[in-house]
Design a protein around this ligand. Structure first.
Ligand code: IPD
Ligand code: CA
Ligand code: CA
Ligand code: CA
Length: 260
């Protein structure tokens, strides 16, 4: 099971991986297109995922691993036991274009339930961790969840296209809020909610590696995590997600799912 040694190891792996990403920004990257011109992968996405997978395989060979770049080729088809979910670079487009605003994410789940989450904001040098039952931390300093703020008193996080195209009635949330903010990285958008800068994070469609770490960290802070239809999230499937304080969560669910 999860223990302090495991936590300590993950933190040290992330420190090493972050250093490698920072130094890669000083040289030319090998950039490939996946499904479109905005869907990129670099050698550093693959290298970082391989580094983390090799470490997990060495220390926890019986655990299951899901990663965006497919370094592990066996598909995980059931959630039993410990499942690691890795996004080696979240915000690859930012990594290539901005050399900023990207993160490394790891979510750990046991029998489908969140155990711990890690989001490393690499250029800021902040590691956000959440351990369910223990709370959340920024560089090991405990985070206090900010007081509840209703949607009309707060900023909301989510991607631009979703709000512009009113996917799943998300404009209702945007219009009620003081404003919406987006970084082009789910990792950094979730961090904004963890830090209390925004009240809610919404996405209409994320892959498990995009939401796993945030799901676990928000759970460790007692926040509510569901799909936009207010259903539990399946960690093996692409899904919509909403992360929020429980009162804000209900307010958003009502706006996203009008009855008439
Ligand atoms: C992407 C980012 C982006 C989100 C996309 C993700 P990637 O992750 O998190 O903010 O809108 O859906 O795919 O591909 O850079 O790891
Ligand atoms: Ca990607
Ligand atoms: Ca991602
Ligand atoms: Ca990624």
């Amino acid at each position: 099971m999860f223990d302090f040694l495991m936590h300590h190891r993950i933190q040290s792996w992330l420190e090493l991986a972050a250093e490698e990403l920072q130094s890669a920004l000083n040289r030319d990257l090998i950039v490939e297109e996946k499904k479109s011109a905005s869907d990129l992968v670099t050698e550093m996405d693959k290298q970082t995922e391989k580094f983390l997978v090799d470490k997990i395989r060495t220390y926890y060979p019986e655990h299951k691993i899901i990663g965006e770049e497919g370094i592990v080729d066996e598909e995980v088809t059931d959630v039993s036991g410990m499942v690691w979910i890795i996004d080696p670079i979240d915000g690859t487009l930012n990594f290539v274009k901005q050399k900023n605003n990207f993160g490394i994410m790891i979510g750990l789940f046991y029998d489908g339930q969140p155990v711990a989450g890690y989001i490393y904001d690499v250029m800021a040098g902040y590691l956000y961790t959440g351990i369910v039952g223990e709370g959340a931390f920024i560089n090991n300093k405990p985070i206090q969840l900010k007081q509840y703020q209703s949607i009309d008193q707060s900023l909301v996080m989510g991607n631009v296209g979703m709000f512009v195209n009113n996917i799943h009635n998300t404009q209702a949330v945007y219009k009620k809020a003081l404003g919406a903010r987006a970084y082009g990285s789910a990792a950094l958008e979730v961090i904004s909610v963890i830090r209390g800068e925004a009240s809610i994070y919404i996405s209409h469609a994320l892959s498990p590696w995009d939401f796993a770490a945030g799901y676990a960290i928000c759970s460790s802070l007692g926040m509510k995590v569901t799909t936009l239809e207010n259903k539990p999230i399946n960690i093996l499937k692409r899904s919509s997600v909403i992360f929020a304080h429980k009162d804000v969560h209900q307010e958003a669910i009502n706006l996203l799912n009008p009855t008439e």
